[in-house]
Design a binder for this molecule. Structure first.
Ligand SMILES: Cc1ncc(COP(=O)(O)O)c(C=O)c1O
Length: 460
């Protein structure tokens, strides 16, 4: 426990910044010491709170944002959370345009903070009318008394990091920092860090951690951005162009980290250091670990836990999601087991008993966000399948029907195949039906839904 506690903050915005620094103890850092600045501990949950506050306050000072005004931004999520937080405290309206690859949990959080969220395509680039940054620029012209924050070129963004993040690091590290590793979304963080360290400690290396598919690492290495843009799963960093706020010449080295390495690092971080970080922190820490292990002399290296992993529980901390995305390999068994995402032998199938009420079955469908449940007897034998369509049939217009047993509503003879069936035969069944049960003399193995089959086809 720390010895002193600060006196109460008078407003949540005062709690932005002054984040703690943690030394990595249980991961392989070669001859180096690696430190993590815990930006997840900002009140909005990310490194972006700092620049959100600075950009809004700079706009107030410059008269660009007036009482009753609307804050507008194109954001991958965390900037939006910071802006929505600042807007809610200062009484502004906040409208955010968000690409559709962003975690749904982030959007729930934004809406709960009172922000209006407009979701747009993530598969289009700058110049396309649906590109998130172009859309918001258009809206800024149409909405009266609005202020387009434009984190990609707003000078208050790098300034926030130059004047808060970087000096905090310097102080916490006792003035000894050999390298700082950061990602680039808008470029604000890395540019602010570079400006500060170039002044106080020009020998400090400024290192880019870039997701595979982004064009920036190539631009650091060769002076020209990669011509091919890929896609990546980590959120908040990586770009298909060089944003104005990224002073790329100040970056001394770059590492490209693919999604599977980033996600493995995030999970290792939780197990070994007890910190639940977001996906992009895996890219950052992955790059920092590589840098550390390459060194031949001891160095003091700093990187960030840029946001909290609580926002990504259903993705990066969900084994089924990781498997569906191909990030976790399961040993192939060469039969339908390869397609069953949740196996009964692993206690992973959500089921119900024929004697459960329809209400219980419906509750489970809603809780797990699924549309059908295998029905198993108390001995574990397959008895049927109950889904939304069976529940509608059994309950519409029938008083008290939710108290009836599942056995009254289920399909007692659903499409069922043995484990030895070929995937092609299952595909034929799924062209008509929504699910196939896999059951044979060895018992019930699991369920194959259309989504499971599509995932299997896309993996192979
Ligand atoms: C989640 C996340 N957002 C943002 C950033 C940095 O973004 P920007 O370049 O906009 O400061 C990072 C990494 O440093 C990050 O991990």
């Amino acid at each position: 426990m720390s010895e002193t506690l600060a006196s109460p903050a008078q407003n949540v915005l005062e709690m932005i910044g002054n984040t703690p620094m943690l030394k990595v103890n249980n991961m392989d850092t070669g001859p180096c010491e690696l430190f993590l600045k815990l930006e997840n501990q900002n009140p909005g949950g990310s490194i972006k709170d700092r620049m959100a506050l600075e950009m809004v306050e700079a706009a107030e000072r410059d008269g660009k944002l007036k009482p009753g005004g609307t804050i507008l931004e194109a954001t991958a999520g965390n900037t939006g959370l910071g802006l929505a937080l600042v807007a809610s405290q200062k009484g502004y309206k906040c409208i955010l345009v968000i690409p559709d690859k962003m975690s749904e949990d982030k959007i729930f959080h934004l809406r709960a903070l009172g922000a209006e969220c407009i979701i747009t395509r993530s598969d289009v680039s700058k110049g396309h009318p649906d590109y998130y940054a172009d859309m918001v620029a258009r809206m800024a012209k149409e909405i009266p008394n609005s202020f387009h924050v434009d984190q990609f070129s707003n000078p208050a963004n790098p300034y926030a990091h130059e004047t808060t993040t970087a000096p905090e690091i310097w102080e916490q590290m006792g003035g000894k920092v050999d390298a700082v590793v950061a990602g680039v979304g808008s470029g604000g963080t890395i540019t602010g860090l570079a400006r500060f360290f170039n002044k106080v400690s020009p020998g400090t290396e400024i290192i880019l951690a870039d997701p595979e598919g982004s064009v920036l690492a190539e631009a650091v290495k060769t002076g020209t951005p990669a011509t091919e843009v890929g896609s990546w799963v980590v959120e908040g960093i990586g770009e298909d162009y060089i944003p104005d706020n990224y002073e790329i010449k100040t970056t001394t080295k770059a590492y490209t980290i693919d999604d599977s390495e980033a996600l493995a690092v995030v999970r290792e971080l939780l197990i070994k250091e007890g910190i639940i970080a977001g996906s992009s922190s895996g890219t950052l820490i992955g790059a920092a670990l590589r840098y550390c292990r390459e060194q031949t002399t001891p160095k003091r290296v700093v990187t960030f836990v840029a946001d909290t992993g609580n926002k990504y529980l259903s993705k990066i901390f969900n084994d089924y999601w990781l498997r569906d995305q191909g990030f976790i390999e399961r040993k192939s068994t060469g039969d339908l087991m390869d397609i069953i995402s949740r196996r009964h032998s692993e206690h992973a199938v959500v089921t119900c008993l024929p004697t459960d009420t329809i209400e219980i079955a419906f509750g489970r469908l809603k809780l797990y966000g699924i549309s059908q449940l295998p029905v198993l007897s108390d001995k574990g034998d397959l008895a049927g399948l109950i889904g939304e369509r069976h529940i509608i049939k059994a309950t519409a217009g029938v008083k008290g029907s939710f108290a009836l047993p599942v056995a009254d509503a289920m399909d007692g003879t659903p499409p069922t195949v043995p484990l030895s069936t070929s995937p092609g035969e299952v595909v034929e069944i799924l062209k008509e039906g929504t699910a196939v049960l896999v059951n044979d003399a060895d018992g019930f193995h699991g369920l194959i839904t259309r989504v499971d089959m599509i995932n299997y086809i896309s993996r192979s």
